[in-house]
Design a protein around this ligand. Structure first.
Ligand SMILES: NC(=O)C1=CN([C@@H]2O[C@H](COP(=O)(O)OP(=O)(O)OC[C@H]3O[C@@H](n4cnc5c(N)ncnc54)[C@H](OP(=O)(O)O)[C@@H]3O)[C@@H](O)[C@H]2O)C=CC1
Ligand SMILES: O=C(O)C1=N[C@H](C(=O)O)C[C@H](O)C1
Length: 312
């Protein structure tokens, strides 16, 4: 009896110590979050600025440097984000600067929201220096970029849209295409997208979504996407609020059956940039974790980040 009591109390003690161990290991996991030191490039631009602000909101350490275009340094040396001064680094000195930053910031991850014209040179830069990066910049030859980053084995998240719900919509369309290829054969597709008049290229998001419709049997080339860039048309036809003319992304995908008797319409309309900026911070945290684990997979997209449950 005594022995049984002793056994029971030994088991209880064992369970308690196991619980303590379990609790301890949870604490270790929580505190073993990898160090993330985020360098947001092109903070002179709209998305760079928005991401840097989102990083500060999330209490992430912001590296006080930002890569900029060749002309940005002509009249200033720094850009301010919520009062934090970031030193501008032009293309002429960026190789030298990044080597110093890599030794000073072991948790360095860079964010890229430059321009379609600069995208290949930026990818060359990140791969040459093997700097982990999150890239939201659109344009360029996407296949070539993916192959290059894969071959370099540089940790990266690359996606044309970082907004959580839009990423989920893209994933849903992709799943539909994989599960029901040809489901929309015989349908006609019309895609209309409206963005601020400064946007240089066709929506990268629309191009990615169109790919799923093509897999569902709809003949369509991305050159058929209709671009709206005129503020008057944006307000009157697209119903964009005047206050969002400098930052909005409206997308409509309309599918009509051959005989015109059935119509489907999918729409996602965003004003401002917060949703992409928050998603970018999620992607950077995700990437820091993958790198710390030494993950075999190095190249990711935002659907991977969403599937990992890493979007807040
Ligand atoms: N994935 C996503 O969720 C989203 C993607 N985007 C994409 O992000 C990109 C940027 O958009 P947005 O912020 O609105 O554009 P902006 O024009 O506001 O900003 C672009 C910035 O890139 C800078 N830049 C140009 N060349 C270089 C270079 N070689 N090195 C470093 N910086 C450079 C520009 O500087 P300068 O003015 O001197 O040329 C400018 O500050 C676009 O491709 C857009 O489609 C936008 C929103 C969301
Ligand atoms: O330039 C923008 O603003 C946006 N660009 C991305 C794209 O081209 O898809 C994402 C979103 O549409 C906003």
């Amino acid at each position: 009896m005594l022995a049984r009591n002793q056994l029971r109390s030994a088991r209880t003690a064992g369970a308690a110590s196991h619980a303590r161990r379990t609790r301890t290991s949870v604490v270790v996991m929580a505190s073993s979050k990898p160090k993330l030191q985020l360098m947001v490039n092109s903070c002179t631009g709209k998305m760079g600025q928005a991401v840097a602000e989102a990083a500060l909101r999330a209490n992430i350490e912001l590296v006080p440097y930002t890569l900029c275009g060749p002309n940005d340094v002509a009249d200033k040396s720094h850009v301010s984000v919520q009062g934090v001064q970031l030193e501008l680094v032009p293309p002429a000195t960026r190789d030298e600067v990044v080597r110093q930053l890599q030794s000073r910031y072991p948790g360095l991850v860079m964010v890229d929201y430059t321009l379609p014209d600069a995208i290949h040179s930026m990818v060359d830069f990140y791969c040459t220096h093997n700097t982990p990066f999150v890239m939201g910049t659109t344009g360029g030859d996407r296949q070539r970029i993916a192959e290059q980053v894969q071959a370099a084995r540089t940790y990266a998240v690359i996606a044309p849209n970082m907004g959580k719900q839009i990423v989920a919509f893209q994933a849903m369309m992709d799943m539909m295409a994989k599960s029901f290829p040809g489901a929309f054969s015989g349908y006609r597709l019309r895609v209309v997208e409206s963005h601020q008049s400064t946007k240089k290229d066709t929506s990268g998001t629309a191009k990615a979504v169109v790919q799923s419709f093509v897999e569902m049997g709809v003949p369509f080339d991305v050159s058929q996407i209709e671009l709206v860039r005129e503020p008057k048309e944006q307000v009157e036809r697209m119903k964009v609020p005047e206050g969002a003319l400098n930052g909005h992304a409206y997308h409509t995908y309309q599918l009509v059956s051959g005989d015109g008797s059935v119509m489907f319409e999918f729409q996602h309309n965003v004003v401002g940039r917060t949703t992409y900026a928050e998603g970018t911070v999620d992607a950077a945290l995700f990437l820091a974790q993958r790198r710390a684990e030494g993950s075999e997979q190095t190249l990711y997209n935002m659907i991977d980040v969403l599937r990992a449950g890493a979007m807040r």
